[in-house]
Design a protein around this ligand. Structure first.
Ligand code: SAM
Ligand code: SF4
Length: 335
């Protein structure tokens, strides 16, 4: 397969597109969305499945091989399997994954798999029903646990769990999440809380550096070793507890950014290219869909402005950043 022609000025090749299919969600996680007062994009501005597939077809011709569907909650879009099936039929596309809160996933998992979905990341920030309900403002953790089991059954693997660690909220559950990897062939990924869309004191107070995960293993005298990287494990280093069926990873965008190996581009639900998750720069592609050359040129232009790195560590230290941080929330970009 030929190399990607989507190369930026730092020599990074881009073969991965994250597609947000909606800015809406059935939950309101405390780190992602406010409880109320959110203005959603009018549905007329949201890209249709045909439009998304058109963009992907052009990008596949430029070397994009991997896609991730995200949101908002992607499973609030009707018949997401129809989109998956359109995308999996595009020559060059090799891998289609989904990031979901898992609430609606169990009854849809098999159909998504048949449509060509390769694997899933499920967000799960607490195993305690009342706490999960508090963090998500209303979610039922049993539905998510049921979805995890269903995905393992239908072969949507590897199943990865995303856990955003928050000081005083769920950081006492690190060991419980690690224990899940003992019993099930899943990959638990601890993620640092990022200041996306809200640069307020809440973020600094809740931020937990991920060294805490290793500290926890050492306090309990749990041996762990480096594990082989999973397919598309992205920026997460991968580790394994002794005799565990699964593994765990740490994603630390704030304390140790992985921008030098970034291979991602993002497409927002309302049709903007975002070359970097963290900064404000974006380019509206919606209006040129149908003109393949214009779509190509716009992606190349967006890549041309992709910065070398984000500077979330500067935000943590209250230092001036070189670019303007995005004001979009994570649910509007697609995490
Ligand atoms: N609704 C889906 C879900 O929750 O998995 C997909 C969209 S959500 C925006 C994608 C991922 O971003 C989730 O794993 C979520 O935990 C993570 N996320 C959202 N806001 C975040 C933040 N401020 N810092 C770190 N991760 C965040
Ligand atoms: Fe919804 Fe996902 Fe954001 Fe939670 S993290 S509010 S589930 S988009």
């Amino acid at each position: 397969m030929s190399a990607s022609t989507l190369v930026d000025k730092f020599g990074r090749q881009h073969d991965y597109l994250r597609i947000s299919v909606t800015d809406r969600c059935n939950l309101r996680c405390i780190y992602c969305m406010p409880e109320e007062g959110i203005e959603f994009e009018p549905s007329a501005n949201i890209l249709g499945y045909e439009e998304i597939a058109e963009v992907v077809r052009v990008l596949a011709g430029m070397g994009v091989r991997k896609l991730r569907l995200t949101g908002g909650e992607p499973l609030v879009r009707k018949e997401l399997d129809v989109l998956v099936s359109m995308l999996s039929g595009i020559p060059g596309i090799e891998d289609i994954s989904l990031t979901t809160n898992g609430i609606f996933l169990a009854p849809k998992a098999e159909r998504l798999k048949q449509a060509g979905l390769t694997r899933v990341n499920i967000s799960l920030d607490s195993l305690k029903p009342e706490r999960f309900k508090m963090i998500t403002r209303g979610g039922n953790v049993n539905k998510v646990l049921d979805s995890i089991d269903t995905c393992l059954k239908v072969g949507l693997s590897p199943v990865k769990l995303n856990i955003v660690l928050m000081n005083g909220i769920n950081d006492d559950e690190i060991a419980d999440f690690l224990m899940l990897t003992k019993e099930r062939p899943i990959n638990v990924r601890f993620i640092e809380y990022m200041p996306i869309g809200h640069n307020d004191s809440q973020w600094k107070n809740l931020y937990v550096p991920l060294q805490r995960v290793f500290d926890e293993c050492e306090e309990r005298q749990w041996a762990y070793s480096t594990a082989p990287s999973l397919q598309s494990s992205g920026p997460a280093g991968n580790y394994k507890l002794e005799e565990a069926m699964g593994s765990f990873g740490l994603i630390h965008p704030v304390s140790q950014h992985f921008c030098s190996t970034c291979n991602r581009l993002r497409l927002t639900a309302d049709g903007y290219i975002k070359p970097c998750l963290a900064w404000t720069e974006e380019y509206q592609v919606r209006n040129v869909i149908g003109d393949d050359e214009a779509v190509r040129q716009l992606f190349l232009r967006a890549l041309g402005t992709k910065p070398e790195s984000h500077e979330m560590f500067k935000q943590l230290a209250d230092e001036q950043t070189t670019h303007t941080p995005t004001s979009r929330r994570m649910s509007q970009i697609g995490g």
